[in-house]
Design a protein around this ligand. Structure first.
Ligand code: F3S
Length: 81
């Protein structure tokens, strides 16, 4: 399975991930991105049909704030680093 979440400490609200992967990422009131699947906890696998969009978003994030791993994040973006 593929898991993801956004590190909101480093996200600069550039807006590119939601354009690349509109079913995976949305933005909060400050424009910071979050993973739609489980309110940015990174514990709910990304749906198979959205993984390609996720990879595009990952490639396009200018601050490397999108975290992707094969295991859950438990709300900690640095969990797998
Ligand atoms: Fe933030 Fe990167 Fe998305 S800077 S808005 S997580 S593309």
């Amino acid at each position: 399975a593929v898991f993801t979440m956004v590190d909101q400490e480093t996200c600069i609200a550039c807006g590119s991930c939601g354009a690349a992967a509109p079913d995976v990422f949305d933005y909060d009131d400050e424009g910071l991105a979050f993973y739609i699947g489980d309110d940015n906890q990174g514990n709910t696998p990304v749906a198979e049909e959205h993984v390609e969009d996720l990879e595009d978003a990952l490639d396009g994030c200018p601050t490397d704030s999108i975290k992707v791993a094969e295991e859950a994040f438990d709300g900690d973006p640095a969990k797998h680093e």
